[in-house]
Structure formats: structure tokens, C-alpha cells
Design a protein around this ligand. Sequence first.
Ligand code: PLP
Length: 400
Amino acid sequence: MNKNQDIVKLTEQNVASTYGRFPIALVRGKGTKVWDAAGKQYTDFVSGIAVDNLGHCHPAVVSAIRKQAGQLLHVSNLYHIESQSLLAQELTRHSFADKVFFCNSGTEANEAAIKLARRYFFDKGEKGRREIITMKDSFHGRTMGSISASGQKKLHTGFAPLLPGFRYVAFNNIQAVQKALSSKTCAVLVEPIQGEGGVNLPDKTYLKELKKLCAKNGSLLIFDEVQTAFGRTGKLFAYENFGAKPDIMTLAKALGAGVAIGAMAATNKVMKSFVPGTHAATFGGNPLACSAALAAFKVYTKAGFLEKTAQTGDYFIARLRQLEKSFSIVKEVRGIGLLLAMELKQPAGTIVEDCMDQGYLVNCIKQNILRFIPPLIITKKEIDGLIEILAQSLKNLQPA
Ligand SMILES: Cc1ncc(COP(=O)(O)O)c(C=O)c1O
């Protein structure tokens, strides 16, 4: 047995089977490359699902972690933490938000957003405003509040009773939101681009229209940017592509560039409802995670970084569109920046395995949608390499 198989066995014997795992163990990473336990190299087009936006073990992040690890790992939020305050300052300087609450994951960030939205109206004396409108096919995480918010039945199955107060409407359908809004609506929660739902983009005006509708109805607008933030779409935050600002935004994944950290950012008007005793997280905003995130943030906001990402994204989608033209089993290529998808008219079959065999990691959602979310530092040459494998694999799948 090689080392991969040893680790696979160990996992199967001891770890909960909440993931369908590929039979390799990844043990090392550098830039866009990762290596398995048998020493095989892969070019990573998955990025730990939109986490490793800077590639693996970015030197600035590693150095910040090393330095912080030798200085202070954790203290309670009963005290001030400099790296937390500096990170919040960066996030607010570069976004619509005035204040930030830190936690450890995307689902926690969404729990915080749900609580804040409800508490805001409670404090205003509008106690009947508790309902949150969310989208069909959305994904907001796996805790009870977040699965209740997510508009996918398969996430709910077997976990009743769900948290009450959610209404699901079709994504990218402004009339559907208009119909659902009422004096009971406290917020509309939406991913600017649905990631897990299939890389679904809204029309250019959709988020702007949502903002207008929410303002008119006196409801809050919450953007879940857990998957889309930090350069993924060629902008720091995806909402910048659509000219609409929310009242609350949730973040995680690439915020720590590989270290677990989540955040919920909001305007002062709304965040003032979070007073001592309303919400907390022991590890939220700890020195280690914040130092890593701060170092990562400096790279995301370096002159030219996001522009380069957008250019790479344009190149990648153009290459995918060439495949779309050549293979009739490709239904659609879509996406923005380096959040891209190729939907097939049939299950993707062995494409993911073919890519793995040839040393490329790609992700497949809903059986027929290949999702490409590489580190933002991916090169054209690496993209060309993947395109070549995809072409061969599509050719094998395509009926003669
Ligand atoms: C849009 C969105 N929100 C929330 C989450 C949940 O994040 P986490 O797994 O860190 O809890 C995800 C994870 O994929 C996501 O894509």
C-alpha cells in the first residue's frame, strides 16, 4: 500500500463520512501546486473551495503566522487585540461597512448576520419584522440557522424543525422578491453570485434593484460573500461588479488565506444593535487568524493584483468558451473572474478523475457542473494545461 492508501484507511476508520473524498491525501502545497502522500504533483483548480486565493503557503501569510505563533496565539475578546482591530480597519476602509464582528467560518458569519438583522428591528421596536427572504438554490452553511436560510431541500432533509422565518424565492427574479416583501420582512439575504448552487450570476441590474426594493420596504440587504470575496471575481468584493452595496456582508474562506476565520461586516446604523451580551465567539478574531488575514489582505489590495486576476479570468473563460464551441455536450460556460463553471448536458462522468490522473484538481457540483476556482495566481500556461486535458476528456464523453 502506498502512503495515500494508508491515510485513506485511517480516515475511513476514524473520521465522519460527511464528505465523499477522493482516494488521495494532500500533504504539501506551494503556490498553485499541491502534492499527495505518494509525491504526485497536482495543479490546484479547487483552492480548498475558494479559500487558497493566494495559492498555498503564501510567504507573507506564512511569515505572519510564524511571527504571531511565537508571540501570542489566543486571548479572550475581553481584551483588545491589535491585529483584529487592524484587520477590521482594512475591511471597513475597503468596503461599505463601518464595523466588523469576527468569527471562525462562513456559517457562523451568516448566523451572526441573521441575529443582527432580527435584533436591529427588535431594538427599533418593530418586533413583527422577523422574516428573511432568501433564494432558491442558495447555500449559506451547515448550522441550523444557515441551513434554514439556504433554499435547497436536500440540506433540510432529516433536520426538522428548521428555524422559522425564512421565505425562499427564485434567484435573479426581482418580481419574486417584490411579491414576497412585506411589513414582516426584516432582510433579504443573497449571494451576489451563487457558488454552490452552480455558479449562477444575476443580471447586471438585479442587486441594484434588490437594494432599491429593500430600501423602499425598510428591510435590510445582506450579501453572503463567503465564496465571492477577496478577488475571486476580479474585485475585492463581488458586489463591486454590480454597483449595489448591502447593509450587512458575511465573509470567510479566503479571508484567512488558509487559516479559519469568518467575519460579519455592517454599517454603524445596524451594527449598533450588537452590544455586550448579544453575540460572541471565543475564538473569533484571535491574534493568529487575524495576523494571517491581515497579511493576506495586504496582498489582495496590492496595486495591480485584482486587475491581473480579472485578466486571467478573461483568458480562462475565453479558453473554456472554445471548448463550448467544439463540444456539443457542453451546455454553458459561465462565471466572472476566477469563479467559473462549465455545465454539461449530461453527468460529468470521469472528467474529474481524468484531470486528477493527469495532475489537475477540479471540482464538480450537481453531477454535471464543473467548477473552476483556482488560486488567483494561476498562470495562463497552467490554464492551457487544464484545457488540453478537458478537451481530451470531453472528446471521450461526447457521443460519436
Ligand atoms: C456562499 C457561502 N456561504 C456560506 C458558506 C459556509 O461556509 P463555511 O463552510 O465556512 O461554514 C459557504 C461554503 O461553501 C458558501 O459558499
